[in-house]
Ligand binder design. Sequence first.
Ligand SMILES: [Zn+2]
Length: 493
Amino acid sequence: MRECFEVRDTDVGGRIGELTVPRADVTVETPALLPVINPNLDTIAPRRLATEFGAEILITNSYIIHGTDDVREQALEDGLHDLLDFPGAIMTDSGSFQLSEYGEIDVTTEEILEFQHAIGSDIATPVDIPTPPDVSRERAEDELATTQERLELADEIDTGEMLVSAPVQGSTYPDLREAAGRHADGTDLDVFPVGAVVPLMNDYRYDDMIDAVAAAKRGLGADAPVHLFGAGHPMMFALAAAMGCDLFDSAAYALYARDDRYLTVRGTRHLEDLDYLPCSCPVCTAHSPADLRALPDDEREEALAAHNLHVTFEEIRRIKQAIRAGNLLELVEQRARAHPTMLDGYRTLLDHAAQLERADPVSKGAFFYTSHESARRPEVLRHHQHLDRLSVPDSLFLTEGSSARGDEFDDSWRVKPPFGPFPRALSKSYPLTAEAPDRTDRAALEAAADGVTRLVESNPETEVTLGHKGWPAGVLETLPEEVALVDLTADRT
Ligand SMILES: [Zn+2]
């Protein structure tokens, strides 16, 4: 077990965990939001982040502190906690992004970690190479090798109680991401940012983002706290949390406020386009859109930043509650409807159903079938896997209706889309208690047919008859030939 992180509760890939940050003497509950603070201009004062918003941790940039003389001197003299006036945990970014954008790196791994230690950082970051998406494989491999050398160096440096993060790179090559995750997991470093995904998110490539996270997670151990580096929009937090991200940082709340942009969990709105404020936070209950537009620039920016933060923290709480209640995927399905690219992200998440299934709890409160994507949820996959292990009689009636009378069959099982067949004794167990709409969709029937096929194929000696309620020919054609069919909607005898 990694000493600094403990998982308390799980749902799909999402988890509620405790990140112990010894240097700050703080335990942060995850999923957690780290508001990004620019030490040169704080839109919302860090003290206010703690008291008004409940922020337990924030992130600031050690590169900016290092490069600003008076801020650097004060940070070295009094420490970051005094400088920022923040009582929680403080993570520092090394400025890899700035360094890679604006020039060569002229500091060593030792120097940058020593500086972060000297200013009182609680979680430091080595200078890695954030390889952008879609670069050549050769470049991705070369840069990953450099990142890995630096992580190994960082691992050897005595940083006392300060935690150190180990960024996982690898561009858009899943096998490199996975190898990077495995390498990082092999060090004694503590927190694992999935790096350089900002360009993917800026281009709404949530499908590629999910593939990158899924690959990193395959390499990392289940006990590794994962930080989605640069993920700031609350619209995609549920999706990322369901894939197993524990930490999010948000600069978006402040950057968007500067441009009069108003965050919602269904996307971003421009203040000038709003006739109503669809939010009940203190800012939105006290102002109309016209009031906000009439504020002086700096006050409007602060008010919008406060709203943006309220929405963002609210979404984190909603995600935690969904994990606790076992309905995180229902929340992801709702969010997936906000934008077509979010739906691509969700569908990509379901491509990883087998990976997610391993961490998903066996029993939860309820399964709501709310979209045809629900037919691909890990619970459906698990049920199909489970079918191989059930013992079956010589002749079996699988039916969407009531059980067969007489002695025509040895036994009669229920069939329920999207799961397919199961013995009646399991009717009251999760996920077969699922609530599904009466107007069944094609995806649910196809998944049920897959279940029937799986049962038939693992029990070739059994004679199987399927009683279905008017399944379309295209679905019935997918079944093995030896399955006898009874259309219950045609046959009323
Ligand atoms: Zn609001």
